[in-house]
Design a protein around this ligand. Structure first.
Ligand code: P6P
Length: 347
């Protein structure tokens, strides 16, 4: 008889919580509430083709991006699952310019939730996997309903981080600092069941690299040299395949399970990269580190970056430690690239 147990996410989080005695149940309740929101979003995503929810919502979000109806839905679901529980003082969402204080009619708590309600939403209409990314911080000021300062914390101070990938199955992956654990939703019973305990980024032989090579001519020369190095194979003889889905959560999830590296570097058009530090790079960086990997902006650990704005962008190199290290060394040896990049452009 194989050693299998049915461990729900609630049970697992409570067991995890024993490692955080100070959390007193609040922590597990926050993560359980996020799992509830994920189930509701998953149902809607899986029906997207059947109900009138496809296509744009006819407006643009704070990022200036066309808002998809599922974006709005996911934003609302997470907000309504979390606004009344008394655990949070405030929230930050990709969809809203300012931080979101808990309404006066509800009790405020000690934690901050930052989240991207539906990352990769441009893929919604073509049925490519999309995802939710979140992380939890402790409030650090005495402001009852939070403040900007409570939201602008470095990734190193995250208490927990996770994502939900709405793909061929819906999976929730999270870490509270001791291991990375994956749960697969069984829609027939509406439960997330532990399916991937203690995920570690493997030192596999055939590891993919993942980047949008359509922007290669706009990259820093050091990034170009790094990708060229992967294409030529490492000194160890390791060759690489290329995989790019164009949905951060899906590309990261594959990197976490198969090894390799995902990179979204800065380029001549996006000097700070495209991805967001607070609710995209930092949560995934905590997960990557807890799984034995690394996450860098090309020069320093993502989790060491002190945010100055809620929606600030960052270049991202994330995955197997040796490959993130290699990317950093190519960038460092290429030195300051701005002039080189301009000179390097095709005539
Ligand atoms: P590009 C999706 O729009 C997203 O924000 C991430 O999920 C994804 O990694 C990235 O943008 C893809 O960007 O420029 O390659 O289309």
């Amino acid at each position: 008889m194989t050693d299998t147990h049915i461990v729900t996410i609630a049970r697992h989080i409570i067991d995890e919580e024993r490692r955080h005695p100070e959390a007193r149940g609040t922590f597990s309740d926050i993560l359980t509430d996020i799992a509830l929101a994920a189930k509701v979003i998953s149902r809607q995503v899986n029906m997207a083709g059947l109900v009138d929810i496809l296509g744009g919502a006819g407006r643009r979000n704070v990022q200036g991006e066309a808002v998809q109806k599922l974006d709005e839905f996911a934003q609302e679901v997470i907000y309504r699952a979390m606004d009344h529980t008394g655990y949070l003082c405030c929230m930050v969402s990709e969809e809203l310019e300012d931080f979101i204080p808990i309404p006066d009619k509800f009790p405020a708590g000690e934690y901050v939730l930052v989240f991207d309600p539906l990352d990769g939403s441009s893929n919604i209409d073509v049925n490519v996997s999309i995802g939710t990314i979140f992380s939890v911080y402790k409030k650090i000021t005495d402001q009852e309903r939070g403040s900007l300062r409570d939201c602008l914390q470095p990734g190193r101070d995250q208490l927990a981080a996770g994502y939900v990938v709405y793909g061929s199955s819906t999976m929730m992956v999270y870490t509270s600092g001791s291991g990375v654990h994956g749960f697969t939703l069984d829609p027939s019973i509406g439960e997330f069941i532990l399916s991937h305990p203690n995920i570690r980024i493997p030192a596999a032989r055939l590891r993919p690299y993942s980047v949008n090579e359509g922007y290669a001519l706009r990259w820093d020369p050091g990034v170009r040299k790094f990708v060229q190095h992967l294409k030529s194979g490492l000194e160890s003889g390791e060759a690489f395949s290329s995989r790019y889905i164009g949905s951060l959560v899906a590309d990261f999830h594959r990197t976490l399970l198969r090894g390799g590296i995902f990179l979204y570097p800065a380029d001549a058009n996006n000097p700070s990269g495209k991805l967001r530090l607070l609710y995209e790079a930092s949560p995934l960086a905590m997960i990557a580190e807890a799984a034995g990997g690394r996450a860098s902006d090309g020069r320093r650990d993502i989790v060491d970056i002190q945010p100055t704005e809620l929606h600030q962008r960052t270049p991202l190199f994330i995955g197997s430690t040796d490959l993130v290290d290699l990317a950093e060394s190519h960038i460092a040896s290429a030195g300051d690239s701005d002039v080189a990049l301009a000179d390097d452009q095709p005539k």
